[in-house]
Design a protein around this ligand. Structure first.
Ligand code: PRP
Length: 196
């Protein structure tokens, strides 16, 4: 697996430091609220980030998972967001402070769908935390309230992010070697030159 990596762009120490800082910011904001908190990781990519983040939030909370797919299989360009698993329809969001957690904000297709879906259920507040955000994009107008790192427009893997389902267990954020994509029979760019 490691031999497929071209370079590490964010190492474990920087990830750990920044996740702690984000947890501090989020704690400062949420600890003053009386309403309960609902953390909503967007699976699968948010798995590692949310696990590290939530253990540093000393706040009473529940978890409500959603799963969305925008880059199925070997895709490196967004195919549009499809909700694979939604929040429990019996869960009353009115009166809850909802924080969506995702690994990366790229085209904004994924978070746009998630934010709209949750907003229709009228939570007391709705915010979004992302570990990574691609710079030089408007993200389809989608905003994140907490951002770990702004990164260049490269397809990245590790710390939950995958290519074709692999590399989620890398402890850092990395760019793969071209051969790794070519072996899988795909290029890192689509017709518009957009990559995740
Ligand atoms: C990835 C990632 C984000 C989304 C961001 O998910 O985890 O949720 O893409 O891209 P966007 O801003 O262009 O929508 P993916 O579809 O690969 O599914 P996964 O979470 O199961 O990895």
């Amino acid at each position: 697996m490691e031999r497929d990596i071209e370079r590490v762009i964010i190492d474990e120490a920087r990830l750990s430091d920044r996740v702690s800082e984000l947890a501090g910011e989020i704690t400062q904001r949420y600890q003053r609220f009386d309403e309960p908190m609902l953390l909503v990781p967007v699976l699968n990519g948010a798995l590692v980030f949310v696990a590290d983040l939530m253990r540093q939030l000393p706040i009473k909370m529940r978890l409500g998972m959603m799963a969305v797919s925008s880059y199925p299989g070997q895709s490196t360009a967004s195919k549009g967001a499809t909700i694979k698993r939604s929040l429990d329809s019996n869960l009353e969001l009115r009166g809850l402070r909802v924080l969506i957690v995702d690994d990366i904000l790229d085209t904004g297709n994924t978070l746009g769908v998630v934010q709209r879906e949750i907003a229709t259920r009228e939570p007391a507040s709705l915010e979004t935390a992302v570990l990574l955000r691609k710079t030089d994009k408007d993200h389809g107008g989608v905003k994140a309230d907490y951002v770990g790192f702004d990164i260049a427009d490269e397809f990245v893997v590790g710390y939950g992010l995958d290519f074709d389902g692999h590399y989620r267990n890398l402890p850092h954020i990395a760019v793969l070697k071209r051969e790794a994509y070519e072996r899988a029979g795909c290029s890192t760019e689509d017709g518009d030159g957009r990559v995740r």
